[in-house]
Design a protein around this ligand. Structure first.
Ligand code: HEC
Ligand code: HEC
Length: 182
């Protein structure tokens, strides 16, 4: 099994567990959710994006990085964190429009605004996990703790701990650490 197959395998496992949870939601839970404030970041509702950019990992919502970061990331897809993630020119144009148009500095979802505010003007981080806001919020998750718990692996795998990540919701009380409960 190479690294990528393993990643996809873990992804599928998470997906199937997630599916089970969704199916398990009771009517009263659904009613409770209706009164909920809107998501921290706008959820992904773009199929092209979730197919192309959700193939290897969680489909990070556009509102997790500012437009200039997405621009930079999209110009380097041939060398994307050690992987080739190139797409056709037409797909690239569509992805660029979606990502930059809904970026953290273009929308007014609360968490997007906070992430954006934590990045200096000249900076273009292409990792959510490198932003000041992310690092502040995850400061308590020490590398030691992560090493100990191999189920967590990379902090880039938002959905491994944030049970509502795909819905654009990252509230603290929805976190379930793999193997550790709350
Ligand atoms: C061929 C597999 C593959 C595809 C396709 C792919 N990625 Fe990635 N991506 C990766 C890998 C590998 C990493 C590094 C993950 C890690 O460090 O755990 C990564 C990391 C990222 C990160 C940084 C996450 C963080 O905060 O640490 C972002 C953002 C990202 N990808 C966006 C995209 C976008 C947008 C697309 C679609 C254009 C895309 N990816 C398509 C493999 C892929
Ligand atoms: C290893 C598990 C883990 C992973 C992976 C993880 N988080 Fe978190 N996250 C947490 C925990 C635990 C907290 C609460 C930290 C605290 O209160 O000290 C948190 C807090 C947050 C918060 C603030 C929540 C609040 O209610 O204030 C945001 C936003 C967030 N995470 C986003 C993300 C994103 C985006 C990713 C992926 C790029 C991610 N997290 C990956 C465990 C994780």
């Amino acid at each position: 099994m190479n690294k990528m197959q393993k990643r996809v395998g873990i992804g599928l496992l998470v997906l199937s567990l997630g599916g089970g949870l969704v199916l398990g939601v009771s009517a009263s839970d659904r009613e409770k959710n209706e009164g909920k404030p809107r998501a921290d970041v706008a959820p992904v509702q773009n199929t092209l994006y979730s197919t192309e950019c959700g193939a290897c990992h969680f489909a990070y919502q556009p509102g997790l990085l500012p437009a200039r970061s997405w621009e930079k990331l999209l110009t380097g897809l041939g060398e994307h964190f050690g992987e080739n993630a190139e797409v056709s020119p037409a797909t690239l144009t569509a992805l660029r429009e979606y990502l930059t148009g809904n970026a953290a500095d273009r929308v007014d979802h609360g968490r997007s605004r906070k992430i954006n505010a934590s990045i200096l003007d000249g900076e273009k981080p292409i990792r959510v996990t490198e932003t000041g806001y992310f690092q502040k919020e995850h400061r308590e998750l020490s590398p030691h703790m992560r090493e100990k718990n191999s189920k967590i692996g990379s902090l880039s795998r938002c959905e491994a701990c944030h049970t509502q990540a795909a819905q654009g919701s990252f509230h603290e009380h929805e976190v379930r650490m793999p193997g550790e409960g709350r």
